[in-house]
Design a protein around this ligand. Structure first.
Ligand SMILES: Cc1cc2nc3c(=O)[nH]c(=O)nc-3n(C[C@H](O)[C@H](O)[C@H](O)COP(=O)(O)O)c2cc1C
Length: 266
């Protein structure tokens, strides 16, 4: 399961950081406790913490990871500023984000955490405004056909679209949509999707783009399961969705938020 090369200095960093206690130091070298081996969640912390690039886990070498030496990171102030300044965008510019840029950002998303490191997420995205328009049209057609059976809240929105078809209360004129789809057999499938969306939100806003949580898509799919087929979401699959694009609005201050969430000692 693990192999250790001659660069190992026997420091035990991998043994101490293994969350499942699978590794042990034997004769100054890390080895697997065979009785615990099945519990490995492949988090690869043993590779990430090794100071000498000495370990490989199931053929994956430590040196394949991105070196953190000299990597620029936001200061504490910058991280806090990003969190308070990010906004849900409801006005998007006409332009699209270049496909290669979207792909690059989604590659970064492979680093998001999942319960027990299951990592069975699918990041499916709408690449162009034309495709977005097509999906929206097909979704609205289904909603109009089922209008009488919709929950009250959705009925009101659909009635407004019937009167004024050019409005877009569901997708806010965004040119792109990310659907994060989880694995129903995962340990925390829905939270994995929700958490990935939160990371995407910060990644995109930190990169100068706009995002909007698309709770509407979830509500709509729950009410009209046929809409899942339009977006290629398997029926009943855990998912969440985020709209994104270039913002066409600039905020000059944060909305005051001193009220709301409570902070208390346990
Ligand atoms: C789970 C979730 C679902 C949301 N769904 C929508 C949505 O469908 N449409 C929308 O315009 N905003 C949606 N929002 C955005 C919230 O309305 C927004 O976060 C809130 O009004 C505060 O504004 P801010 O994000 O700019 O701080 C959602 C937010 C969350 C966390």
């Amino acid at each position: 399961m693990i192999s250790v090369n001659e660069k190992c200095v026997g420091c035990g960093a991998c043994v101490r950081d293994c969350p499942m206690g699978i590794l042990q130091l034997k004769d100054g070298r890390p080895s697997v406790r065979e009785e615990k081996a099945a519990g490995c969640i492949a988090c690869r912390h043993c590779l990430a913490v090794c100071p000498t690039d000495a370990i490989a886990l199931r053929g994956v070498k430590a040196s394949e990871g991105l070196s953190l030496e000299g990597l620029s990171l936001p200061t504490a102030e910058m991280a806090a500023n990003l969190l308070v300044s990010r906004r849900s965008i409801r006005q998007y510019a006409a332009e699209e984000i270049p496909p290669a840029r979207i792909r690059g950002l989604l590659e970064t998303m492979k680093s998001v955490p999942t319960g027990c490191n299951i990592r069975h997420l699918a990041f499916r995205y709408v690449e162009t405004r034309a495709r977005m328009d097509e999906l929206r049209r097909r979704m609205v057609e289904l909603l109009l056909a089922k209008e009488a059976t919709l929950p009250d809240f959705l009925q009101g929105v659909v009635a407004a679209i019937r009167k004024k078809p050019e409005i877009d209360p569901f997708f806010r004129g965004a040119p792109h949509l990310l659907i994060v789809q989880g694995d129903p057999s995962a340990v925390t499938p829905q939270v994995d999707c929700d958490a990935a969306c939160a990371y995407f939100d910060l990644l995109m806003q930190g990169s100068g783009y706009g995002t909007t949580w698309c709770g509407f898509l979830k509500i709509i799919v729950d009410a009209v399961p046929e809409v899942a087929d339009v977006f290629g979401i398997p029926r009943g699959a855990p998912f969440y969705a985020m709209l994104f694009g270039v913002p066409a609005v600039r905020y000059v201050r944060t909305p005051p938020r001193a009220d709301g969430a409570q902070i208390a000692r346990v």
